[in-house]
Write a protein that binds this ligand. Sequence first.
Ligand code: URA
Length: 240
Amino acid sequence: MERLQKVIAHAGVTSRRKAEEFIKEGRVQVNGKVVKELGTKVSPQNDTIEVDGVPVDKEQPVYFLLYKPRQVISAVSDDKQRKVVTDFFEDVAERIFPIGRLDYDTSGLILLTNDGEFANKMMHPASKIQKTYIAKVEGKPDKQLLKKLEKGIEIDGRKTAPAKVKINSANRKTNSSIVEIMIHEGRNQQVRKMFEHIGHPVIKLKREKYAFLTLENLHPGESRPLKPIEIKKLKDAAVT
Ligand code: URA
């Protein structure tokens, strides 16, 4: 949801200041009703906004896949002026935001959209969208510990849902291993906390897959629009 004057200004009708005047003058309607309140929140996609009886164009939904580099914030702005995921989309006019979060130091696949309903669906726990991470962890977790992760462990007072875990390689020299872990929950710092819990802290973390989507042909910092078939498949996979 966005402030009404911002949506009007963004649609190219007029400046934000002028839009505020129009609202105060009663020239703006939202879903057929005059709105004179400046702070009114509207959905640029779902609400019908009219200025002097002329509808303001609705924003078309857009969907992107980004290979987020490390040291980038999964947000649209940062009060410490650090790089944010939307900085990679300067040519995109729509107001996109990330679907969920990757930690500042986690790299990998993240989706961005301006479609709030779609984002909510993707993040709804019942949708159970599978995410695959590659973690470099300290030491080499034994089979028993991996089983524990798979069955679920308690973090932040709640048991994690079943996971799939596989050791890809182990390096005795650096005392570390590369582990693949697949989860469908999206709790805060979940993968880091899970490995911390079994005594093998994460050194490096990357999200390789989101549902059926991969980072194929992308380098860190690169993005691509989702294909219509991919959007449909994601919608079908989610709860309605
Ligand atoms: N789990 C984490 O610990 N960090 C992420 O960025 C994503 C999942």
